[in-house]
Unconditional design. Structure first.
Length: 328
């Protein structure tokens, strides 16, 4: 009988803590885990994927590396409507880094659900950071170094999420690449914006006639390209691309959800552009149609902040593909 009373009392305490976590009066305690010499907290993202985050009060937002964002895009966990514009972040060394921001519908830490959390993305393989867009939603928070616990008090302040209309306008601004390789764009456009524009233009041109696609391919590659894992000269890259164009003369490419994830190292003027591509390629001669989705990655080298980039790395992998007869 006594054990039943104790169990009942504990259930009341647990329910009270869980429920009040949403109303602002509770304290949520989450045990941290030691991983590679750093304490991390397991976090459930959008009720779909659980990953370990480093608690980082110096990070303005929750931060996810590009490869994790790609996984969320591929699985439909986040979509086009979740992207909310670009924000410029000041790093510890004083340098500035623009980064695309997006909205996470929920984060679960311990027994606590926090909705509508702003996040930004970092370079692939970077740490996942539980920053101020999460921590700042509490009245107070602390870390107990003795018991290795994250203590969250008074959930939850409302999220203030604003869409950067200037960034949205810049994303829609066209970048034109002529057959001679001359690009035109607003001089104020950042490397990030120029990289996104370059990728969208690339796939528009690759969706056009073979002549137009080849005219562009002849101007965008560096002298040597890391092409799907091997360093090969530009002429060989173009030759391989020509074989593909000839095999599939009718093509339609579309970055899934309209999103291209870009990370730049401004000090060396190199940007990495990654994403998921929907493709539809056809050959009337062979009566075949190939449709599916693939990841893509391009490393782009700029000679200046206003120059046309050269592709120094191209990679990707098909993860969904169906080949069928055109007559279907």
């Amino acid at each position: 009988m006594r054990s039943a009373i104790v169990a009942f009392a504990l259930s009341i305490i647990f329910f009270s803590t869980s429920a009040s976590s949403q109303t602002g009066s509770a304290t949520t305690v989450v045990r941290m885990q030691l991983e590679n010499g750093t304490y991390v907290v397991p976090v459930l993202i959008n009720n779909a994927i659980k990953l370990d985050f480093v608690v980082d009060s110096g990070s303005a937002d929750v931060s996810l590396p590009a490869d994790v964002v790609l996984t969320l895009l591929r699985t439909g966990t986040i979509g086009n409507s979740d992207f909310i514009g670009e924000q410029t972040y000041v790093l510890a060394d004083g340098s500035k880094l623009p980064s695309m921001r997006f909205r996470l519908r929920s984060l679960k830490v311990g027994n606590l659900f926090l909705e509508n959390v702003v996040a930004s993305f970092a370079p692939a393989k970077a740490n996942l950071l539980l920053g101020q867009s999460f921590l700042g939603r509490f009245q107070s928070w602390s870390i107990d170094n003795t018991s290795h616990q994250l203590i969250l008090n008074g959930c939850c302040k409302s999220a203030e999420v604003q869409i950067d209309s200037q960034s949205e306008a810049a994303l829609r601004e066209p970048l034109t690449i002529s057959p001679g390789g001359v690009a035109t764009a607003n001089p104020e456009t950042t490397l990030h914006e120029r990289s996104r524009q370059f990728i969208f233009t690339l796939y528009r041109q690759m969706s056009s006639s073979n002549e137009q696609a080849l005219a562009m391919l002849g101007s965008i590659y560096a002298d040597t390209v890391n092409y799907f894992g091997s360093d090969i000269p530009r002429a060989e890259v173009i030759e391989r691309e020509m074989k593909f164009l000839t095999r599939w003369p009718i093509r339609l490419y579309n970055p899934k959800n309209g999103n291209v994830i870009v990370n730049c190292d401004v000090s060396v003027l190199i940007c990495s552009a990654t994403g998921v591509l929907q493709f539809d390629a056809r050959s009337t001669e062979r009566n075949q149609r190939s449709i599916g989705e693939a990841t893509f990655q391009y490393n782009l080298q700029f000679s200046s902040s206003q120059s046309t980039p050269k592709v120094i790395l191209e990679n990707g992998q098909v993860f969904k593909r169906t080949v069928q007869a055109l007559s279907r």
